[in-house]
Design a protein around this ligand. Structure first.
Ligand code: GUN
Ligand code: ZN
Length: 433
């Protein structure tokens, strides 16, 4: 058995800090020790307590001034949209037609998909994201490309083939039957391999017929280990379109619910315009919301009311939503979430923001028994963060009086530059510089 130990400042969360006393919600060891054995966390605690328990042959790497934290979990993103990042000027429906759908058509070519998957996963790791819930394209092989690349890197990743059978270019449409056959084949082909998981992925209610949404619900019901991943209530024109397409549905959530797509394994990206009634029904169903602040700001979608969603008891996590979102960094998303909160008169606590980017993401993806924090027994997906990575960060964090201040400075001033190392299952997967 191979043991390795790292001495640094340690921080992780154990529970939602808005719903639990601080002592139960998070742990900070200013001088801590993380012990890793066979890809899992063996110990996480104060250096002074743990060091005497280590066998003499265990190497301890001392990382003064560094912060060890769990890897980030991105609850909503799109690997085929890396090339549409920073598209100027449009809101959701035009953006999809003018930028996103053309870019996704290139994924009919397997070599293009392989190259895009490799770039995307390396960019996740450079930014400290060790797990993600990922949209592929309508092409079945786009999932193979992503999963093969994730398997080679041993990442804990969840993804799925997009289902679309209307209101999209013909080259990006499948049918009820081909969508079912491809989804079933991918679940069978990839189940149990590495640390991968599948998500049934109808793009959104606008681009699937009733029959296709019903099929998606049937496939999800037949496979209790898969997630359901889609978009909901992001943009006002989109919501009006859904109302036209489903005139007898009470609201957007009800469209998904009537087809069996709103359950405890569902992750709904955005929910910007979801009201208290919808959020309450999401909590009752056990569905999660992915808050994607960079995307919501860039597409002008609106301001997600995090406090309201939390008050309704919904599991909320953070999504980078590449390529509507313009950064892979969940540190940056924590900062963007703070700014969205400020515009609604709600100041997001930095420890809550950190929870959203780690353990909450793992909860939304149903992998919190394996990752999301560094409790002993969990998979050792962790980061070495450098709070002095840039001159301004160094200057600001030198004056920080608490871990809250360090985390807040990292969220406002930090990004991939602050991620010095990323470890996957105890193995070094990225080292800066
Ligand atoms: N709604 C449907 N498809 C998409 C997408 O690709 N990105 C975003 N942000 N919203 C969507
Ligand atoms: Zn999206």
């Amino acid at each position: 058995m191979s043991r390795t130990a790292y001495r640094a400042t340690l921080f992780h969360t154990l529970a939602d800090p808005t719903g639990a006393p601080a002592a139960e919600a998070w742990v900070h060891h200013p001088d801590g020790l993380l012990v890793v054995e066979d890809g899992h966390v063996a110990a996480f605690g104060a250096y002074a307590e743990l060091a005497p328990t280590l066998d003499a042959d265990v190497a301890v790497e001392h990382l003064p001034g560094r912060l060890i934290a769990p890897g980030f979990v991105d609850a909503h993103t799109h690997y085929p949209q890396t090339d549409v990042v920073a598209a100027w000027g449009s809101q959701l429906l035009d953006w999809l037609n003018n930028h996103t759908f053309p870019a996704e058509q290139a994924f009919a070519d397997r070599a293009h998909a392989d190259a895009a998957a490799a770039f995307f996963l390396d960019e996740l790791l450079r930014n400290g994201t060790t797990s993600a819930l990922v949209f592929c394209t309508v092409h079945k092989a786009s999932v193979d490309a992503l999963f093969e690349a994730a398997l080679a890197r041993d990442m804990r990743l969840v993804g799925g083939k997009v289902l679309m059978d209307r209101n999209a270019p013909a080259a990006l449409c499948d049918t009820v039957e081909s969508g079912r056959a491809d989804t079933e084949a991918l679940i069978r082909a990839w189940r149990g391999r590495g640390r991968l998981g599948y998500a049934v992925t109808p793009r959104f209610a606008v681009t699937s017929t009733d029959a296709q949404l019903a099929m998606a619900g049937e496939v999800a019901a037949a496979h209790p280990d898969v997630l359901v991943h889609t978009h909901m209530s992001e943009n006002l024109d989109e919501i009006a379109r859904v109302r036209e397409l489903f005139p007898d549905a009470r609201d957007y959530l009800e469209v998904y619910a009537r087809f069996g797509l709103a359950g405890p394994r569902s992750v709904f990206a955005h929910c910007v315009h979801a009201d208290e009634g919808v959020l309450t029904r999401m909590r009752q169903a056990g569905s999660a919301a992915a808050f994607c602040p960079s995307s919501n700001l860039l597409l002008g979608s609106g301001l997600f009311r995090l406090k309201q969603a939390c008050a309704c008891g919904v599991t909320v996590a953070l999504g980078a939503d590449i390529g509507a979102g313009a950064s892979f960094s969940l540190l940056h998303m924590m900062g963007e979430a703070y700014k969205v909160g400020q515009l609604s008169g709600e100041a997001l606590d930095p420890i809550h923001a950190f929870y959203l980017a780690t353990l909450a993401g793992a909860k939304a993806l149903k992998i919190d028994d394996k990752v999301g924090n560094l409790q002993p027994g969990k998979e050792a997906d962790f980061l070495v963060l450098d709070p002095s990575a840039t001159p301004l960060l160094a200057r600001r964090t030198a004056q920080a009086a608490s871990i809250d201040e360090v985390l807040f400075a990292l969220s406002i001033l930090g990004d991939d530059r602050a991620v010095e190392r990323t470890y996957l299952a105890g193995r070094l997967a990225h080292r800066r510089g």
